[in-house]
Design a protein around this ligand. Structure first.
Ligand code: GLY
Length: 370
């Protein structure tokens, strides 16, 4: 696809996102949905865990960044304020998702120290999940459980450490990344969703999964979290091991995914019922765009950049963008939250919409930067 065509598609997708999000927040004020059911956000479906609230406010910040319209800014600030108390939330491992997509964006815009302190407090709270015995931040499931997803959240601890010069925080973030790399990332660049440890000794016991096909298989979103998250860890630390890990994950994604760039829920599942997990693709697009900037190898950079654009060309087509689907309330179709629990299967998911807009915003700024 020609760059000018993709540019036009980005503008169309942002205009559509404005329409969908305006309707959501005016029809259901102060409601934080997670996934649609038959394309509708409001339903009684289970959450499993409350990790998504930042993605709505985050999209409002992305829209404000795009259109600079004060109404969107007021909405973004309002929805961010509704989350502030979560900076002390010790029940989830998702404080990076909650605060990097919201209060950190707000701080980047204003430089106001009060706002920064909220982000730092969230980073400190997340660090309290650290298990000295196994050297990892434990998942919400149990102290003996390490999730690959936490690679997307550990950045807020690096950030808090950097802002406060707190060496203990820095060590925790670094050790978490090294443990994840050692036990969850495999030699072929695929990743396990979960690692189980002996709580008393810290010994690693086995790989496991909740949302993938099997314990030893390759859940696509988990890999996308790793691809993006290890890139973020590298951007804080400049530790070459993290860049190498992020690239290994990106290469696995590229090798195992059909040419349209959208993976199934799990690459190893034979004959999956649903061909697509679009949210993994949106995350991977943003992660690869970042990698293209992080790597100093021009050939690798070109490969990741082109692949990110390929994903976005698919996601902005009518197969995925819900524009031509009457009554559909999300932005991106064909996401999957939790197929075993039958939650949000072949639906829009809040994080899919968020990372889609984030990737579009990155590419749009690339058009401006050249
Ligand atoms: N719980 C994070 C995810 O579903 O990816």
């Amino acid at each position: 696809m020609k760059p000018s065509d993709l540019h036009n598609r980005c503008s169309t997708a942002f205009a559509f996102a404005e329409k969908q999000l305006r309707r959501l927040i005016t029809t259901h004020p102060d409601f934080f949905p997670m996934y649609t059911v038959n394309g509708k956000w409001k339903h009684e479906g289970e959450a499993w865990t409350n990790w998504c609230e930042g993605f709505l406010a985050g999209q409002l910040w992305l829209l404000y960044g795009h259109n600079k319209n004060d109404w969107w800014r007021a909405q973004a600030e309002h929805y961010s304020r509704l989350l502030e108390h979560r900076k002390h939330d010790r029940n989830v491992h998702d404080l990076g998702f909650l605060f990097f997509s919201t209060w950190k964006r707000w701080f980047d815009l204003t430089g106001e120290e009060e706002i920064n302190q909220v982000v730092i407090a969230a980073g400190r709270t997340l660090a309290l999940r650290f298990q000295e015995q196994g050297k990892y931040l434990c998942s919400f499931v149990a102290p003996e459980s390490l999730f690959i997803d936490i690679m997307m959240n550990v950045g807020i601890i690096f950030y808090a450490a950097q802002q406060t010069h707190d060496e203990k925080l820095w060590r925790i973030a670094n050790e978490h990344c090294l443990t994840t790399r050692k036990y969850l990332v495999r030699g072929d660049g695929s990743v396990a969703h979960e690692g189980i440890f002996d709580r008393n000794t810290g010994e690693f016991l086995r790989q496991s999964t909740h949302q993938g096909w099997r314990d030893d298989s390759s859940w696509a979103r988990g890999l996308a979290w790793a691809l993006y998250g290890f890139g973020t860890a590298y951007s804080f630390t400049h530790d070459a091991r993290y860049l190498q890990t992020a690239e290994a994950c990106a290469n696995f994604y590229i090798e195992r995914t059909p040419s349209h760039g959208i993976p199934p829920n799990d690459w190893d599942e034979p004959h999956p019922k649903m061909p697509y997990e679009s949210s993994a693709a949106a995350i991977a697009a943003g992660g690869m765009w970042n990698l293209a900037k992080l790597t100093s190898d021009a050939t690798h950079a070109r490969r990741y950049r082109d692949y990110a654009l390929r994903i976005l060309a698919s996601l902005t087509s009518s197969e995925f963008l819900a524009m031509d689907t009457p009554g559909w309330e999300g932005i991106l179709k064909h996401g999957i939250y939790h197929w075993r629990k039958n939650l949000g299967v072949d639906e829009s998911v809040m994080w899919g919409d968020y990372f889609f807009l984030e990737a579009l915003a990155k590419v749009e700024s690339g058009f401006v930067d050249g």
